[in-house]
Structure formats: structure tokens, C-alpha cells
Design a protein around this ligand. Structure first.
Ligand code: HEC
Ligand code: HEC
Ligand code: HEC
Ligand code: HEC
Ligand code: HEC
Ligand code: HEC
Ligand code: HEC
Ligand code: HEC
Ligand code: HEC
Ligand code: HEC
Length: 329
């Protein structure tokens, strides 16, 4: 009883489900929200962490709280915004309404308390519109629930460049899965035209063809690695997830595959050169590191041997071999 009262008091001016916004600047917003609410409203932790719907429970509290607040509930919003209200039934965010017993707090989870807006007959200065708000405010609002899945967004190159959640996602007018404004790669090309040029080169990852996605290698919501790359610990693992045959381990490793990684020899998006190599000539590529050896007598050629056949015509297993130390077999 006591606990319930305390919760009611803390949140008497807003619906419970909206709470976590105050916790956003912290490092663990979800956790902070949980601590604040430990006194009984466990449903909130689940919301804050983007976890699946908890069962029943607070519908009662919810109704009382919403009624005594500046929140009018989604059904009221829908009386004027009926088009948006109707479409919202299919929105993934409708799950929130369901998990809170259909009390209709969903609209105001993102738009803030709506009473003043309604009383003003739709006064646009009295309602939070993510489409017009500064990037940081939008991100904070969305991350109040999504920080659990995207904890690194604030330090991502996108966030730093004020590319916000609503630069890529649209809640009401999305044209693709995952509430995206457009599907990949078109979405990304709107801003990254240089990459569009790369994946259109003669030898490229089949991104335009829809076989490989930008998000197979990148997490645009931020990572610990540079370039928003997934899997910071060992960059090659991004690649060997698909290219299992070059993964190894081999009895005879070719040192740079492990040390420098795939990008020592390949371009990730596309290239003018076969096999997406960094250099037009395989021999030039190899001779960056092997010039002395390559020209030595072992190959039966004099120094400066331009006529030497492509190195990989003999050193076929260039990523490593279990049989031959010179990768001939
Ligand atoms: C009495 C009718 C009415 C109700 C109820 C109402 N609105 Fe509005 N709303 C309007 C009008 C009118 C506008 C301005 C014209 C437009 O953009 O459609 C508007 C605009 C908006 C905008 C855009 C603001 C901008 O900056 O352009 C948002 C967001 C919004 N409403 C959200 C809500 C939410 C959320 C609720 C429920 C809490 C709600 N409205 C309830 C009438 C209403
Ligand atoms: C998950 C967050 C979220 C929820 C929940 C949400 N909205 Fe929105 N709303 C947005 C965002 C983001 C925008 C900016 C345009 C966009 O992204 O589609 C927006 C824009 C709007 C606008 C302005 C439309 C325009 O074209 O400029 C209105 C009106 C609106 N919302 C009403 C509602 C109503 C009514 C509900 C409940 C049925 C609701 N919103 C629920 C995030 C939300
Ligand atoms: C009050 C909490 C809350 C807020 C605020 C919120 N979301 Fe969500 N969001 C959810 C929940 C709950 C789901 C459904 C999760 C699921 O499907 O497991 C969801 C789902 C999503 C999805 C996944 C859609 C899919 O098809 O899988 C996207 C994208 C998304 N939200 C973006 C946003 C953006 C952008 C904002 C800010 C404008 C925002 N959310 C604000 C709770 C929230
Ligand atoms: C640069 C574009 C971009 C930005 C900015 C962006 N997203 Fe996304 N988002 C995507 C793409 C692409 C996907 C689908 C592929 C993936 O999961 O990476 C996605 C997927 C999601 C999903 C569903 C799948 C998942 O991983 O949980 C959620 C939820 C989501 N984004 C929320 C957000 C929120 C919240 C923000 C702002 C803090 C945001 N996004 C910013 C592009 C973006
Ligand atoms: C609204 C414009 C916009 C959209 C859409 C967008 N980006 Fe970005 N992206 C930027 C900006 C601005 C930066 C930071 C400046 C820079 O490094 O170019 C950035 C940075 C990046 C980086 C890091 C670059 C670096 O130097 O560290 C990657 C990777 C990236 N974006 C991938 C994507 C992918 C993948 C998508 C599509 C899912 C996407 N972006 C959609 C604008 C956008
Ligand atoms: C096969 C994996 C892979 C795919 C698919 C991929 N990238 Fe990349 N991307 C990388 C790697 C690896 C780097 C780092 C390059 C470097 O360090 O020189 C990178 C770098 C970038 C950069 C920053 C440097 C630059 O080249 O501008 C951007 C922006 C970028 N990628 C965007 C995209 C976009 C947009 C898509 C989809 C059209 C995409 N990437 C698809 C692996 C990939
Ligand atoms: C999501 C799976 C996937 C990931 C991740 C991936 N690739 Fe690929 N890669 C492919 C596909 C599919 C092809 C096209 C194969 C074909 O056309 O036969 C390809 C082609 C290539 C080729 C050209 C092969 C040829 O026969 O011409 C090279 C080289 C390559 N990838 C290197 C890389 C590197 C380096 C990375 C990491 C930065 C990487 N790949 C990440 C799927 C992937
Ligand atoms: C020391 C340079 C070098 C490094 C490092 C390297 N490759 Fe290669 N790779 C090559 C060369 C050269 C070819 C072309 C072989 C040929 O033409 O026969 C090639 C070919 C490929 C191919 C085409 C199919 C095949 O197996 O021949 C794929 C896929 C590939 N590399 C993926 C990778 C991945 C993934 C990595 C990182 C784990 C990587 N490479 C690291 C030099 C390298
Ligand atoms: C980024 C530098 C780098 C590039 C590029 C490179 N290698 Fe290597 N390679 C090495 C290093 C380092 C070793 C290990 C040398 C050692 O153990 O003494 C090595 C070892 C080898 C070996 C085995 C040598 C031995 O002593 O057993 C062969 C054969 C070889 N490389 C061929 C090639 C060929 C062919 C290419 C071009 C497709 C190539 N390398 C590109 C750095 C490179
Ligand atoms: C005509 C076939 C052929 C070509 C072409 C070739 N090699 Fe070799 N390479 C060999 C043979 C055979 C060996 C000796 C292997 C052994 O000792 O077991 C060798 C050995 C090596 C070694 C190890 C040398 C050592 O000290 O043991 C390196 C490094 C090497 N090659 C690099 C290259 C590079 C770089 C190129 C291209 C510029 C190249 N090779 C072109 C056949 C070739």
C-alpha cells in the first residue's frame, strides 16, 4: 500500500509509461529508471529497457494517474487526428498501448502531455513534434525507451553530426520495414553518395542487388569501432561471417590476413579491380611487402621482374594453407 502511494505521488502529473525521459542523460537510463521505480511499478523497467510486455498489473494505477494529469490519452488525440490514429493500430508502438491495458497513453509517450494542445484547439506551440525538434531532443525522447538496444548512439558519428532517429525512421509515414523512411541502400545513398559510387564499380559487393546490406557490416546506431563497424574486437570477423572459407585458422597463416585484416588487400564496398582488390596489379599489391623476396632467385627471375606471372597463379591459397608454407597448395 505504502509503496503504491509513493509511486502515485511521484508520478501524479504524468502517466507512468512516460517516465524514463528524465533518466536519459545518465549512462544507464533504463537502470536508473528501474531504481527510481523499484517501489512497485516494475512494469516501467520493462518499458525502459524495451523488454517484452509484462503482464497486467498496473492498468489500474495507470488509469488513475492519467486521469489526474495533463495527459488526455490517445483516444482524445484520435478525435482530431483520426487518420494518424487509425493507422497507428498497425504500428509496432501499439504494443505499448496493449501492454498498458489500452489506456491510450501511446501518443503522449512521444509527444508529451497533450492537454494544453487540445485546450488550445490544436495549438502547435503546445505539443512536442519530433519532426521540428532539435536532433538531441528527439534522440533523448526515443532513447528513453530504446537505449537498451542502442546504448552507443550518442557517441556514433551519426549522433555527432545531428543525424537523429527521425532522419532515418518515420513513426507515422514509414515506407519500409523497421519504421524506416526508405529501405536500404536507398536510405543511405541519400547522404552517402560516395558509397553509392563505390558499390556501382565493376567489382562490388552486391548491395544494389539486395544480396548484401549496409547493416550486414555497419551498425548505424553506433559501435565501439571506427566507421560504425560491427564487431570491434576482430575486424575480419565481419567478413568471415560470410566468407567462411578464408576464415582459418590455417596451419600456415598469411600474416597480413590476421595482422592488418582483409582491408590490407581488399576494398570493402567495391573496386575497379577484380576480387575487389586495392590495386590493379596483383604483383604490385604483393610487392608492397615482398619486393625483395619476389625478385629473388627463388622465382628464377632477375630483379625488377615485371614479366613474372601473377603471384597468385602459383600462390593460390593466398589467405592461408594447411599443406604448404608458401600457399602453393
Ligand atoms: C481539438 C482537436 C485536436 C486534438 C484533440 C489534438 N490535436 Fe493535435 N493538432 C490539432 C490541430 C488543428 C493541429 C494543427 C494542424 C495540423 O497539423 O493538423 C494539430 C497538430 C498536431 C501536431 C503537429 C504540431 C506541429 O508542430 O505541427 C502534433 C504532433 C499533434 N497535433 C499531436 C497531438 C496529440 C499527441 C494529441 C493528443 C494528446 C493531439 N494532437 C490532440 C488538433 C488537435
Ligand atoms: C514512437 C513515438 C510516437 C508515437 C507513439 C506517436 N507519434 Fe506522432 N510523431 C512521431 C514522430 C517521430 C513524428 C514526426 C513525423 C514522423 O516521423 O512520422 C510525429 C508526428 C506527428 C504529427 C504531425 C504529423 C505531421 O505530418 O507533421 C501528429 C499530428 C502526430 N504525430 C500525432 C500522433 C498521434 C495522434 C499519436 C497516437 C495515435 C502519435 N502521434 C503517436 C512520433 C510518435
Ligand atoms: C515509451 C517507450 C517508447 C518510445 C518513447 C519510443 N519507442 Fe520505439 N518502440 C517501443 C516499443 C515497446 C516497441 C516495440 C518493440 C518490439 O516490437 O519488441 C518499439 C519499436 C520501435 C521500432 C521497431 C519497429 C519494428 O518494426 O521492429 C522502431 C524503429 C522504433 N521503435 C523507433 C522509435 C523512434 C524513432 C522513437 C522516437 C521518435 C521511438 N521509437 C520512441 C517503445 C518506445
Ligand atoms: C542512419 C540511419 C539511422 C538512424 C540515425 C537511426 N536508425 Fe534505427 N535503424 C536503421 C536501420 C537501417 C535499421 C535496420 C537495420 C539494423 O537493425 O541496423 C534500424 C533499426 C532500428 C530498430 C529495430 C531493430 C533494432 O535493432 O532494435 C530500432 C528500434 C531503431 N532502429 C531505433 C532507432 C532509434 C531509437 C534511433 C535514434 C536514437 C535510431 N534508430 C536511429 C537506421 C537508423
Ligand atoms: C540524413 C543523412 C544520412 C543518412 C540517411 C545516413 N547517414 Fe550515415 N552519416 C551521415 C553523416 C552526416 C555522417 C557523419 C559525417 C561523415 O562521416 O560522413 C555519417 C556517418 C556514417 C558512417 C561513419 C563514417 C565515418 O567516417 O566514421 C557510416 C558507416 C554511415 N554513416 C553509414 C550509414 C548507413 C549504412 C546508412 C543507411 C542505413 C546511413 N549512414 C544513413 C549522414 C547520413
Ligand atoms: C562488406 C561489408 C560492408 C558493406 C556491405 C558496407 N560497408 Fe561501409 N564500410 C565497410 C568497411 C570495412 C569500412 C571501413 C573502410 C576503411 O576503413 O577504409 C566502411 C566504411 C564506410 C564509410 C566511411 C568511409 C567511406 O568509405 O566513406 C561509410 C560512410 C560507409 N562505409 C557506408 C556504407 C553504406 C552506406 C553502405 C551500404 C550502401 C555500406 N557502407 C556497406 C564495410 C562495409
Ligand atoms: C553478408 C555477407 C557478406 C559479408 C559480411 C561480406 N561479404 Fe564479401 N561477398 C558477399 C557476397 C554475396 C559476394 C558476391 C559473391 C559472388 O558474386 O559470387 C561477396 C564478394 C566478395 C569478394 C569478391 C569475390 C569474387 O569472387 O570476386 C571479396 C573480395 C569480398 N566479398 C570480400 C569481403 C570483405 C573484405 C568483407 C568484409 C569487409 C566482406 N566481403 C564481407 C557476401 C559478404
Ligand atoms: C595479403 C592480401 C590479402 C588479404 C589480407 C586478404 N585477401 Fe582476399 N584475396 C587476395 C587476393 C590476391 C585474391 C585474389 C586471388 C586470385 O585472384 O586468385 C583474393 C581473393 C579473395 C576472395 C575471392 C574468392 C577467393 O577465395 O579467392 C574473397 C572472398 C576474399 N579474398 C576475401 C577475403 C577476406 C574475407 C579477407 C580477410 C579475412 C581477405 N580476403 C584478406 C588477397 C588478400
Ligand atoms: C601487407 C603486407 C603483405 C602483403 C600485401 C602481402 N604479404 Fe605475403 N607476407 C607478409 C608477411 C608479413 C609474411 C610473413 C613473412 C615471414 O614470416 O617471414 C608473408 C608471407 C608470405 C608468404 C610465405 C613466405 C614464407 O616465408 O613462408 C608468401 C608465399 C607470401 N607472403 C606471398 C604473398 C603474395 C603472393 C601476396 C600478394 C597476393 C602477398 N604475400 C601480399 C606480408 C604481406
Ligand atoms: C611461377 C610460379 C610463381 C610465381 C608466379 C610466384 N611465385 Fe613465389 N614462389 C614460388 C615457388 C615455387 C616458391 C618456393 C616455395 C618453396 O620454397 O616451397 C616461391 C616462394 C615465394 C616466397 C617465399 C620465399 C622464401 O624465402 O621462401 C614468397 C614470399 C613469394 N614466393 C612471393 C611471391 C610474390 C610476391 C610473387 C609475385 C610478385 C610470386 N611469389 C610469384 C612460385 C611462384
Amino acid at each position: 500500500m505504502r509503496a503504491n502511494k509513493a509511486v502515485f505521488f511521484m508520478h501524479k502529473d504524468r502517466p507512468v509509461a512516460r517516465l524514463p525521459i528524465g533518466a536519459v542523460p545518465g549512462k544507464w537510463p533504463g537502470l536508473r529508471a528501474c531504481l527510481m521505480l523499484m517501489l512497485g511499478a516494475s512494469i516501467l523497467c520493462a518499458t525502459a529497457l524495451g523488454a517484452p510486455a509484462p503482464k497486467g498489473k498496473s492498468a489500474d494505477t495507470q488509469a488513475k494517474v492519467a486521469a489526474s494529469s495533463d495527459f488526455v490519452g490517445g483516444e482524445t488525440c484520435a478525435t482530431c487526428h483520426d487518420e494518424i490514429g487509425k493507422k497507428f493500430a498497425d504500428n509496432p508502438h501499439t504494443k505499448m498501448a496493449l501492454m498498458h491495458g489500452s489506456n491510450g497513453v501511446t501518443c503522449e509517450n512521444c509527444h508529451g502531455a497533450g492537454k494544453a494542445h487540445v485546450d488550445g484547439g490544436g495549438d502547435t506551440t503546445k505539443i512536442f513534434n519530433p519532426a521540428k525538434a532539435p536532433a538531441k531532443e528527439v534522440d533523448a525522447k526515443c532513447l528513453s525507451c530504446h537505449a537498451g538496444a542502442h546504448p552507443d548512439f550518442d557517441r556514433s558519428p551519426h549522433a555527432k553530426a545531428n543525424v537523429s532517429c527521425v532522419s532515418c525512421h518515420s513513426v507515422h509515414a514509414s515506407k519500409a520495414e523497421g519504421l524506416l523512411k526508405a529501405s536500404q541502400p536507398g536510405l543511405c545513398f541519400q547522404c552517402h553518395s560516395d558509397v553509392k559510387a563505390s558499390v556501382s564499380m565493376p567489382f562490388h559487393h552486391p548491395v544494389n542487388e539486395g544480396v548484401v546490406k549496409c547493416s550486414d557490416c555497419h551498425d548505424v546506431h553506433g559501435t565501439f569501432g571506427e566507421n560504425n563497424l560491427k564487431s570491434a574486437a576482430d575486424q575480419s570477423r565481419i567478413c568471415t561471417k560470410c566468407h567462411t572459407d578464408v576464415r582459418g585458422p590455417f596451419v600456415y597463416e598469411h600474416a597480413p590476413v590476421k595482422a592488418e585484416g582483409c582491408l590490407a588487400c581488399h576494398s570493402p564496398h567495391g573496386s575497379q579491380n577484380a576480387r575487389m582488390l586495392n590495386m590493379p596489379s596483383i604483383n604490385t599489391l604483393c610487392n608492397q611487402c615482398h619486393s625483395r623476396v619476389a625478385n629473388a632467385t627463388v622465382h628464377g627471375m632477375a630483379a625488377g621482374s615485371d614479366e613474372l606471372a601473377p603471384c597468385t597463379s602459383c600462390h593460390t591459397f593466398i589467405h592461408g594453407s594447411n599443406i604448404n608454407a608458401a600457399f602453393l597448395r
